[in-house]
Design a protein around this ligand. Structure first.
Ligand code: PEP
Ligand code: MN
Length: 342
């Protein structure tokens, strides 16, 4: 349910309504909007809960939330959520750009990448230190050593660091060295991990599972929001279909669909979404044209010799050119892409 307070409701009236919600055995998530405050009420609803709340002072209306996800739903929050983290912004008129290698390989590799992607206008640095690999024999990442290298790259450039956390036990460690936590596609339905990142004061980039439906994707986001962390970004990174000319199939209709259903920013990953370097720039432009709030792109100083995902990584010149082209698309839509560039 959503309890919509009257526009002139006092703080005491909001608090009294929250108390009543608790007495009904339900939980409140308060959303202070520009016009009025709304309380998203979640939990197993008892009979007459709606009627009890309707008569509280300062309450305008009580409405059911029809979507299976509540906190993520547009019904709860009309305005888009803007993620603002250390120069990285996504969700408003500015389109955030996260770029960097698939994996952190050395301090030189990550610092050089950070400098180059920043010069091209990226607003955050990506790089995996804990890698979820299909094969146990593939490179698994440099773990804490890699996190320290990412932190060094942030010190050098000021870019926000986005890196993946693959298990509940590592959440605190990864959060210590990074600015934005990535939950990877393979972990989208790892509910204990979602709860753990929901209790950390860091924005979360949640990637769609390759076989997850949109409702499953939004319910995964709901796990994070329900723990109190409201800074969630949804990342479409492609799904598995019968088609094999691309690594995954990148459905760009996800962007306008998610914008209709949720207030959360939508980020597109054209690297994993296509699996081929030559397809990345065009799909990045298409994502911007579809209204994406951000891009996450794999960029490597020497893609041919990358420890992972080199075949879908851009080199520095390719990334810079992609940024120029995407900037023009963004400009045509009265949006700005990334940050200052050389
Ligand atoms: C990645 O970003 O390198 C990654 C492993 O992505 P995904 O979880 O989308 O496969
Ligand atoms: Mn990758």
């Amino acid at each position: 349910m959503i309890v919509v307070m009257e526009s002139h409701a006092t703080q005491q009236q909001v608090e009294a309504a929250i108390k009543k919600v608790a007495e009904l055995g339900l939980r409140s998530n308060v959303i202070v909007g520009t016009e009025r405050t709304v309380i998203a009420v979640v939990g197993e609803e008892r009979e007459h809960a709606k009627e009890v709340l309707e008569v509280c002072e300062g309450v305008s209306t009580v409405m059911p939330i029809l979507a299976p996800y509540k906190m993520a739903s547009r019904e709860v929050r009309g305005e888009p959520t803007v993620i603002d983290c250390q120069g990285f912004r996504a969700g408003g008129t500015q389109i955030g750009v996260i770029a960097g290698p698939c994996s952190v390989e050395s301090e030189d590799q990550i610092v050089t990448s950070a400098r180059s992607v920043k010069a091209a206008g990226a607003t955050a640095l990506r790089g995996g230190a804990f890698k979820p690999r299909t094969s146990p024999y593939s490179f698994q990442g440099l773990k804490e050593t890699g996190l320290k290298m990412l932190a060094a790259a942030r010190d050098e450039t000021g870019l926000a660091v986005v890196t993946e956390v693959v298990s509940t036990e590592d959440v605190e460690l990864v959060a210590r060295y990074s600015d934005i936590l990535q939950v990877g596609a393979r972990n989208m339905q790892n509910y204990r991990l979602l709860e753990a990142v929901g209790n950390v004061d860091r924005p979360v980039l949640l990637k769609r599972g390759p076989s997850a439906t949109m409702d499953e994707f939004l319910l995964a986001a709901e796990y994070i929001l329900n723990e109190g962390n409201q800074r969630v970004m949804l990342c479409e990174r492609g799904i598995r279909t019968f088609e094999s000319h691309t690594r995954f199939t990148l459905p760009l209709a996800s962007v306008p669909y998610l914008h209709r259903k949720t207030h959360l920013p939508v980020i597109i990953d054209p690297s994993h979404g296509t699996g081929h370097t030559y397809l990345v720039p065009d799909m990045a432009m298409a994502a911007v044209a579809a209204g994406a709030d951000g891009l996450i792109v794999e960029v490597h100083p020497d893609p041919q010799n990358a420890a992972s995902d080199g075949y879908q990584s851009l080199d520095f010149a390719g990334f810079s050119e992609m940024m120029d082209r995407c900037r023009r698309v963004a400009g045509a839509l009265d949006r700005t892409l990334g940050g200052p560039h050389a």
